[in-house]
Design a protein around this ligand. Structure first.
Ligand SMILES: Nc1ncnc2c1ncn2[C@@H]1O[C@H](COP(=O)(O)OP(=O)(O)OP(=O)(O)O)[C@@H](O)[C@H]1O
Ligand SMILES: [Mg+2]
Length: 308
């Protein structure tokens, strides 16, 4: 009887031990499952945050694009307005100019002559501003020809050299004459140089230095041209806007189109332009021009495709 009882107690104990073991295995499994679901929850949370962040980033970009678009639309509307206004103003202006020139021819009195000359200068300035507006609003497609940069710089400088604003300032030209020829619209490139030189001259005090330099870039088939001055320079808040059309700090004297037109011309030649400036130290405008001397023109490419 005792033996039966002992066997029963041992059996009960073994059964209990087995149950406890099973329970603890179940607890471990439940813990593992809980850890796993914690991990999954964290993962889902992370994914959610990532998506939220991406969404916010997309929203931000969308807003930025919308702002840019409305800015472009504003410029496009302004450009149309400018074209219309330029046309309306230019015709009577040409009439006024020719009348003033006739008047000048028949006037002897020096005081009267000086007054008429001032009027002519003013009218010519309005006319050149209008030309700038029209150029900006409807830039003519570049007329490309192969030219020497050294020659173009020399011609442009010769044209400006006697301008009063360059008097008393040192103008240095470092453009090697053996640079490869470039395929550009000579007129547009000359306008770019002129705009940059005039800006430099206006910013530079007497005895200041203006340098035009150019060289071939080492690893890229491009020329780099620099116009630097030791003038007043620009603070960052001005620098940030210089390529915007109509942005000027020269109230009443500037149209604010010089740099924006120059930038547009250089971009249309496949180049780029940047401005570095330090207040009271000076400014350097750098632009690149791809060397296309060995390349076929689009027209030539098309022809060879058709023939081939
Ligand atoms: N070399 C420079 N040194 C200092 N400031 C400059 C220089 N070049 C440009 N700027 C600044 O950039 C502004 C924009 O130049 P931009 O040539 O486009 O117009 P502008 O010279 O004011 O007028 P415009 O050229 O139409 O007569 C200038 O008003 C001036 O504040
Ligand atoms: Mg200018």
């Amino acid at each position: 009887m005792l033996v039966v009882l002992a066997v029963f107690i041992v059996g009960l104990a073994v059964w209990h031990i087995y149950q406890v073991g099973k329970l603890s295995r179940q607890i471990d499994e439940t813990r593992r499952l809980a850890d796993e679901s914690d991990r999954q929850r964290n993962q889902v949370q992370e994914e959610l945050f990532r998506r939220l962040y991406e969404q916010r980033e997309l929203d931000r970009q969308k807003l930025q694009f919308q702002a840019q678009l409305s800015e472009y639309e504003k410029y496009a509307a302004l450009a149309q307005l400018a074209l219309g206004a330029a046309h309306e103003i230019n015709n009577p202006l040409l009439g006024i100019l020719s009348h003033l020139e006739l008047e000048l021819r028949t006037t002897e009195d020096p005081a009267d002559r000086s007054e008429i000359e001032q009027c002519i200068a003013g009218a010519k300035r309005i006319s050149s501003t209008l030309r700038g507006l029209v150029n900006y609003a409807r830039p003519s497609p570049p007329v490309l020809s192969r030219i020497s940069l050294a020659r173009l710089v020399a011609d442009t400088v010769a044209f400006l050299e006697n301008q009063p604003m360059l008097r008393g300032k040192i103008l240095q030209i470092d453009v090697p004459s053996d640079l490869s020829l470039i395929r550009v619209d000579a007129n547009q490139l000359s306008q770019v140089l002129m705009n940059l030189l005039l800006n430099a001259a206006e910013a530079t005090p007497e005895n200041g230095r203006i340098v035009v330099s150019a060289y071939k870039l080492a690893y890229v088939e491009s020329l780099e041209v620099r116009v630097s001055d030791t003038g007043c320079g620009m603070p960052p808040e001005v620098l940030a806007h210089v390529f915007e059309p109509f942005y000027t700090t020269k109230r009443g004297r500037g149209t604010g189109l010089g740099l924006s037109i120059s930038y547009a011309y250089i971009r249309s030649h496949g180049g780029d332009m940047r401005v570095d400036s330090v207040v009271d130290r000076g400014t350097t405008v750098t632009f690149t021009l791809p060397l296309r001397a060995d390349e076929q023109t689009d027209e030539e490419k098309e022809k060879s495709l058709i023939v081939g």
